[in-house]
Ligand binder design. Structure first.
Ligand SMILES: Cc1ncc(COP(=O)(O)O)c(C=O)c1O
Length: 395
């Protein structure tokens, strides 16, 4: 490997949200414990970003700053090279994050009381954004096929055709279940939504993190009428671990919808460093990305092998995309609170509990695989030992 994916960086004093959360849960957590909850990476940023920003800080004048032509070019070129479509510059709306964009899209494109569809278990801020916007969350739960999930299309169409449903928030690839939706699935979703005049908020934030053997299909590459019925939400933040810089690119090809959105958000100004980090990442970090995907995939393999051999009652679900592995702990026979306590206190494992992702999530855990191998191996050992103690206590 050209890059360092082995050094463990202690982020406990760096303001990292997930490290702070871990310390709040257990102030006496051991010095070697690394948390696995919030979706960011335990790797240092690519040197191309660090060095590029250093140079930028030396040269820049930090007055009010907007996206430059070079910025737009880097975004357009990334989409062209990696996602098979060449966006027009005017489609791009920059926002300080995908979650704020989703909330603002909901506010701008629906009325209080309207229904907004989600497919749980799904990234929990979707539901939180719908509820805090005063809209009605409508659910079409995914079907758990044991090891993977699919969309229940019959139920999906039933929900989409409810007269109050105006929006669908799609997670593609899907956090937390790790699905990379196929072209056929996405076409079916798009067709149903178009037929019932339901606009798609298409969160593709994990679109660069696709495991070997799978292919992400962006909504932007489907029929123009499908893309025209959607707001495609993207960011370099997951891909290059720069979520703390808050930069995302929302593509809205439909002029009317885009105007409603931009009128709603008003003057959306990001900070100068955010734009530059995105530009540096998209222009210079392809090799870093291909290496990080190998590291994530190797960690996935490690966990799968470990569980199959040592903890076969825990079922690991198939990871097609994202760096978030989903596994089923229901066979441990603990209710949701007991499972959480067991993981955090007994196993010293601070993951995202499945229940936070809504219907169908209870009894599951989501672990971040984007960390040094040693961190994953230690975590598996702690889990194994804790399960042995649990079994012994039941004898
Ligand atoms: C599906 C999904 N959307 C959005 C986000 C966060 O987006 P942002 O940090 O740009 O608000 C995450 C982070 O985990 C995510 O998994």
């Amino acid at each position: 490997m050209k890059y360092d994916f082995e050094t463990v960086v202690n982020r406990s004093k760096l303001g990292s949200s997930k490290w702070s959360k871990m310390t709040a849960i257990n102030p006496n957590v051991g010095p070697d414990i690394v948390p696995f909850s919030t979706a960011d990476m335990e790797f240092k940023n690519a040197p191309e970003i660090i060095e590029g920003l250093k140079k930028y800080v030396d040269e820049m004048v930090f007055g009010y700053t907007g996206p430059t032509d070079a910025y737009y070019e880097s975004v357009i070129n990334w989409m062209t090279r990696h996602h098979g479509f060449t966006p027009k510059k005017e489609w791009i709306v920059t926002t300080p994050g995908v979650v704020p964009a989703i909330k603002d899209l909901i506010m701008a494109l629906s009325k209080p009381g309207d229904g907004v569809l989600i497919t749980p278990p799904v990234y929990h801020p979707f539901r939180m954004s719908i509820v805090s916007a005063g809209r009605d969350p409508v659910e079409s739960p995914l079907i758990d096929c044991g090891g993977t999930y699919k969309i229940d299309f019959e139920d999906f169409e039933k929900k989409v055709s409810q007269p109050n449903v105006k929006l669908f928030v799609l997670c593609s690839p899907h956090n937390p279940v790790g699905r990379v939706w196929t072209k056929e699935e996405l076409e079916k979703i798009s067709e149903i939504c178009l037929k019932h005049d339901v606009f798609v908020i298409d969160d593709e934030i994990h679109f660069d993190l696709i495991m070997p053997g799978y292919k992400h299909v962006s909504m932007a590459t489907l029929k123009p009428e499908y893309f025209n019925n959607c707001a495609l939400c993207t960011a370099p933040s997951k891909t290059f671990n720069i979520a703390g810089l808050q930069v995302s690119n929302i593509f809205i090809p439909n002029d009317d919808r885009r105007k409603i959105f931009t009128d709603y958000i008003g003057m959306s100004r990001l900070n100068a460093i955010a734009y530059k980090a995105c530009e540096l990442a998209y222009n210079n970090c392809e090799e870093w990305l291909s290496e990080v995907i190998k590291v994530i995939d190797a960690n996935r393999q490690y966990v799968e092998d470990f569980m199959a051999e040592k903890l076969p009652e825990i079922k690991v679900y198939r990871l097609e995309g994202t760096y978030l592995l989903w596994f089923d702990c229901r066979a441990l026979g603990l209710d949701k609170d007991a499972l959480e306590t067991f993981m955090q206190q007994e196993a010293q494992l601070f993951m995202d509990e499945g229940y936070i992702f809504g219907t169908g999530g209870e009894g599951f855990e989501r672990i971040v695989l984007a960390c040094p191998k040693k961190v994953i191996a230690d975590a598996m050992d702690r889990l194994y030992n804790a399960v042995q103690r649990l079994k012994a206590s039941r004898k």
